[in-house]
Design a protein around this ligand. Structure first.
Ligand code: HEC
Length: 481
């Protein structure tokens, strides 16, 4: 039995025990700049990598291993990628952060480093499926495998499970753990961060069989591929979708391939809440409510029409589906079991991932107010909190890359009652947040290195389920004595 770490105490947002001294130095530097000074060239490159690249490409360069290089893998190709970036793909430019010499050193560091990654990788993964945590010993039972990136999960009556795979496939997981492909799924743009994403059941699924899928809808205009976040409603008959209909298509379409948002949650009011990311254009989208759906949370009826009490229905020119704005890239959304409030988490830039409670008409601040700094180290905003802007309930520095969100309900998990669980894509663990008066007063890291943790949900059977990526596996959390 292996103990994969207890305590990581966090108060005020800083996860002390998982931070190395370098990371601590990188936490919101007052004048962010590339690492200089009396380090060896390789040490400097390593620190720069950790501070500027690891958040997206993996602390151990995981994303570069066995990779189909899109833009070539020579030193010159890497140099170009780092210096100029690939804005449409979500790769920032670092020409104003590093000198050419520093970029060459970084390129060398990556080329050398990826050869060693496998060695790190093998020892990193947990070797047992039993984890001793502060309150409970948990066994992770495999419920399904064979997906690549299981993005969303929904539980059918009768202990079957629906799982989306970001690559566009959609599965029903049977009780015997076999995967059955579901037909009639819309064509998706499975590129960058897009593809087939979340899935939820209609509150009256048992009688009407309706489900909702969020996905990257695309079209070609003047030879250019444009995509957007869309919501499909369909009837699930056996393993086929029928009567497919888009009930929401976010405007404007964009050439970028990231920040789709895409989580969905039905409220106590029976309306569907939809999170849409700002598609990597923070200057134009999140603060603009006229003709712009991006960087917002929306609230619609299940037929796509607009509830008459939405906050901006009377605002001239505003999109009537908007419920909140100033959101960046929400990747988790759930409903509070007692209050019925909608909670969401969203990715900040470098640092500044947030947990928010969604309230009608509120501005969540992006990019006017943030705890994060830009990927290239530049300050985005010196303001982290401001009048007229709803401050996050909690924020993470450094970014954990939150995804999925679920409250612990029921009585199976002694000591976790009422806690909020959040997946970490970046550090590959499940975060357990203890809440008191809507504040996170303590956090624990669970199942460290389990894999990029994409979704977490509480099932009707009272068990918690998590989905991890590449290889895609769904686990059930079983408390053991
Ligand atoms: C905000 C997230 C983010 C950060 C920060 C970031 N990258 Fe990237 N990078 C991407 C994305 C997205 C791509 C597009 C390719 C892909 O899908 O991975 C990319 C592409 C690349 C490529 C080209 C890969 C190829 O297949 O040709 C290189 C090289 C690269 N990044 C290096 C770096 C380095 C070095 C740093 C740090 C200085 C860095 N990146 C920081 C997101 C990021």
């Amino acid at each position: 039995m292996i103990k994969y770490l207890g305590g990581a105490l966090v108060i005020g947002g800083v996860l002390t025990s998982i931070l190395s001294p370098e990371d601590k130095a990188a936490v919101r530097p007052s004048k962010p700049m590339a690492v200089k000074g009396s380090h060896s060239l390789e040490e400097k490159a390593a620190l720069n990598y950790r501070n500027y690249c690891g958040g997206c490409h993996g602390e151990k360069m995981d994303a570069f291993v066995d990779r189909q290089w899109k833009h070539g893998n020579t030193k010159e190709d890497l140099f170009k990628a780092i210096k100029n970036g690939y804005a449409n793909e979500g790769m920032p430019a670092f020409d104003s952060t590093f000198t050419d010499k520093e970029i060459r050193e970084l390129s060398d560091y990556i080329i050398k480093g990826i050869k060693n990654v496998d060695r790190y990788g093998a020892t990193k993964k947990p070797v047992s499926n039993i984890f001793k945590t502060e309150e409970l010993t948990i066994r992770l039972d495999t419920v399904a495998k064979g997906m690549d990136i299981p993005w969303g999960m929904a539980f059918l009556p009768g202990e079957e499970l629906l799982v989306t795979d970001r690559n566009g496939k959609f599965y029903k997981v049977k009780k015997d753990q076999s995967l059955q492909a579901i037909g009639g799924v819309p064509e998706v743009l499975a590129k960058g961060q897009g593809g087939l994403m979340d899935v939820v059941l209609d509150p009256a699924f048992a009688s009407n069989k309706f489900i909702y899928l969020s996905y990257s809808k695309f079209k070609t205009e003047d030879g250019k591929v444009l995509a957007t976040t869309a919501i499909l409603k369909a009837k699930l008959e056996g393993n086929e979708l029928k009567d497919q209909q888009d009930i929401f298509v976010a405007k404007p379409w964009s050439r970028t391939q990231h920040h789709y948002g895409s989580r969905m949650q039905f409220g106590k009011d029976g309306y569907l809440y939809i999170a849409v990311g700002e598609r990597g254009n923070e200057k134009q989208n999140p603060q603009e409510i006229k003709g712009n759906d991006l960087g917002k949370i929306h609230r619609i009826k299940s037929d796509g029409s607009i509830p008459s009490d939405n906050p901006f229905v009377k605002t001239e020119g505003a999109e009537p589906s908007i419920f909140t704005y100033g959101n960046r890239n929400p990747q988790g959304m759930t409903i509070h079991p007692q209050t019925g409030a909608i909670w969401e988490n969203e990715h900040g830039p470098r640092g500044g991932d947030e947990i928010n409670i969604i309230q009608p008409g509120k501005n969540y601040g992006w990019p006017i107010a943030t705890y994060g700094i830009n990927y290239n180290g530049k300050i985005i905003s010196n303001i982290s909190e401001k009048e007229g802007i709803t401050a996050p309930l909690h924020y993470w520095i450094p970014s954990i890359g939150p995804s999925g969100m679920a409250f612990v309900t029921g009585s199976r998990y002694k000591g976790w009652e009422g806690n909020l669980l959040t997946g970490s894509l970046r550090f590959e663990y499940l975060n357990r947040s203890v809440l008191k008066n809507n504040k996170v007063v303590k956090e624990e890291i669970l199942f460290k290195n389990i894999g990029r943790l994409r979704d977490v949900r509480m099932a009707p059977d009272g068990f918690m389920y998590i989905a991890v990526e590449s290889p895609g596996i769904v686990y059930k959390l079983v408390p053991v004595n």
